[in-house]
Design a protein around this ligand. Structure first.
Ligand code: HEC
Ligand code: HEC
Ligand code: HEC
Ligand code: HEC
Ligand code: HEC
Length: 455
């Protein structure tokens, strides 16, 4: 079990695993009702809602929520990797059927175990739709995990306001809709062996934002004055914008971690040890960074020094000496061998672990397959490494000790740190033929400092 988990979180896990077998492990357990309790006609199409909720529809259609089933990497991981894995090892059939419980709930609720590919244009493509979210009335247990929603489709749409009138449907206010626990239904995921392979809402609950009463909505559905429907009688001062902006939004990720750096000594001679300290502050996220799909997200800090002649030197990060630290320093050792089995390529030797220059600090939680090798398949994860992500309102300090080279150009040495983010490891994307936009490098932040070298 993950060694950083707090007592509160451990209690939650114990609770989920031992007292609530109904939610422990997707497939048979998740969901409000047995696979297939409803028919497609019970849920309305998003285009129907668009007639009156134009702004909200257009916002949603640009968010990953509307692409959770159709987005290329989702299609590739589900159809080309997870389904292939389940064919070779039927033990994973339930887990793989469970992907749809979060990515295209309509399919789960109507009992379509393997939906058609997105190119077939079935209703699976609605992904996480308006009517799925606005007919959720409760969850089957505590904590929220593995799509343990309870849906009551029909005339009433559940929302955040009392006493408003729609010509088309009934409305009802439901406190639950406005809580982080509602989001946690799909943003906490426990895999078949009970590991918390996604825990965004639990991270939030452990951190300062729950105590401050700041729900997910404040940051991902920010409020602004206006009408929530073009047919609405009245405007409201605080309409929930359906932005759901996260990993796929450069502006959201950019600046999410703040950083500064300084040298311990400003004046040095060749052969001296320069010591540079970097502070990284997570002041903007309600959870750890990265969160969610941590098995494949990368956040890394590169530090270089440039001497007065313009020569550049890479500074490797100082080791802190904690257990499992090797996973938190970029490396290109071979990894992800489990994909070979999944794809029926037994001689697959693996691909570079980080596919980045080596020696940089990488803030991550390592996921290991049953044979102890790094994996991006959260369903195939058997253990975790040390959690070295940056927690909400946490500051991490990294140190760089560097012997000033004898042949350095005397004068001012500029030291630069750059913090970058990538959604999917490049080597994995290339191996699985995921289009390049998924591996774009997003600039999170940078900082600069200097010291001077005298002869
Ligand atoms: C014919 C127009 C129309 C259509 C179609 C329509 N709505 Fe509405 N809806 C409204 C109006 C008007 C309101 C009330 C606005 C106000 O006064 O705040 C509303 C309010 C809501 C609310 C807020 C409820 C609350 O209590 O906070 C939700 C949620 C909602 N609609 C969801 C949907 C969904 C989902 C669909 C598609 C299945 C849909 N609407 C289709 C007109 C419509
Ligand atoms: C992932 C779940 C989710 C999806 C998908 C979703 N909504 Fe919502 N919606 C919410 C939540 C949560 C709130 C309440 C926000 C709050 O309490 O701050 C809300 C609020 C609303 C409101 C009331 C806004 C206000 O503040 O007056 C309307 C209207 C609405 N949604 C319509 C829609 C329509 C139409 C769609 C599809 C185009 C849609 N929603 C898709 C979760 C969702
Ligand atoms: C019915 C399941 C479900 C519910 C409920 C839900 N989400 Fe999501 N959400 C998803 C899925 C699935 C994705 C992943 C989409 C993808 O494939 O990249 C996602 C993605 C996101 C993203 C990331 C977008 C990105 O750019 O990577 C944010 C932010 C988000 N959700 C916020 C919320 C918030 C806030 C709530 C509660 C108001 C919520 N979600 C409720 C299923 C859900
Ligand atoms: C105080 C503001 C804040 C709160 C509260 C908050 N988030 Fe975020 N969230 C952010 C920011 C900023 C990012 C972009 C940086 C990042 O990717 O972590 C983000 C990123 C995300 C991502 C993408 C993570 C990744 O690396 O793939 C998801 C998913 C998400 N949030 C869901 C949620 C959910 C669910 C909640 C509530 C349990 C929540 N957030 C609460 C600010 C917030
Ligand atoms: C409990 C809900 C849940 C289950 C079950 C689930 N997912 Fe997800 N998945 C999410 C959420 C929420 C995100 C977004 C997290 C984030 O942005 O960090 C996500 C993100 C992803 C992404 C990354 C999308 C991107 O563009 O970065 C892929 C791919 C994916 N899931 C595939 C799968 C597959 C395959 C399965 C089944 C083996 C599965 N998921 C099971 C909720 C779930």
């Amino acid at each position: 079990m993950r060694n950083i988990i707090s007592a509160a979180c451990l209690a939650a896990i114990t609770f989920a695993v031992f007292l609530l077998p109904v939610t422990s492990g997707y497939g048979e357990g998740g969901g409000s009702a047995p696979l297939g309790a409803f028919q497609e006609k019970d849920f309305e199409k998003p285009q129907t809602c668009r007639q009156c909720h134009i702004d909200i529809y257009e916002q949603w259609s640009q968010a990953m929520m509307s692409e959770a089933f159709t987005h290329h990497w989702d299609e590739i991981e589900y159809f080309d990797l997870a389904l292939e894995h389940a064919k070779r090892n039927p033990d994973f059939e339930d887990a793989v059927a469970g992907c749809n419980g979060c990515h295209t709930p309509l399919m789960w609720l109507t009992g379509t175990k393997t939906p058609p590919r997105p190119s077939e244009n079935s209703r699976a493509n609605e992904s996480v739709s308006c009517d799925i979210c606005h007919t959720i009335t409760a969850r089957t247990g505590d904590p929220s995990v593995n799509f343990n929603y309870v849906n009551s489709p029909g005339k009433t749409k559940y929302g955040n306001r009392d006493g408003i009138v729609s010509p088309y449907h009934e409305t009802a206010k439901l406190e639950f809709v406005s809580t982080a626990e509602y989001c946690g239904i799909c943003h906490n995921e426990q895999n078949p062996v009970g590991l918390w392979v996604k825990s965004t809402q639990l991270e939030w609950a452990e951190g300062p934002y729950k105590a401050d009463g700041v729900q997910c909505h404040i940051c991902h559905m920010p409020r602004a004055p206006g009408r929530n429907a073009n047919t609405a009688k009245n405007a409201h001062p605080d309409v929930a914008q359906h932005l759901f902006h996260g990993a796929h939004d450069r502006g959201k990720v950019g600046g999410a971690i703040e950083m500064r750096m300084h040298p311990v000594e400003r004046e040095l001679e060749p052969g001296d040890k320069a010591v540079i300290k970097v502070q990284l502050f997570n002041g903007k996220c309600g959870h750890k960074v990265p969160s969610g799909s941590s098995e494949e997200r990368q956040l890394w800090l590169r530090v270089v020094a440039v001497d007065a002649a313009g020569r550049e030197y890479h500074l490797p990060v100082d080791k802190k000496g904690f257990e499992g630290e090797e996973q938190t320093i970029t490396s290109n050792e071979l990894a992800y061998q489990d994909m070979g089995y999944m794809l029926g390529r037994p001689d697959f030797k693996g691909i570079p672990r980080d596919a980045l220059p080596e020696g940089d600090r990488i803030f991550c939680l390592a996921y290991f397959d049953p044979e102890g090798r790094r994996t991006v398949a959260q369903w195939n994860t058997a253990s975790f490494g040390t959690d070295y992500r940056i927690g909400p309102r946490e500051t991490k300090i990294e140190t760089y000790t560097w012997t000033v080279p004898d042949d350095i150009e005397p004068g001012k040495v500029i030291v630069r740190g750059t913090l970058n983010y990538r959604r999917l490891v490049k080597s994995v994307a290339e191996y699985l033929k995921v289009p390049e936009d998924e591996t774009e490098i997003v600039h999170v932040n940078d900082a600069e400092t200097w010291f001077e070298v005298f002869d």
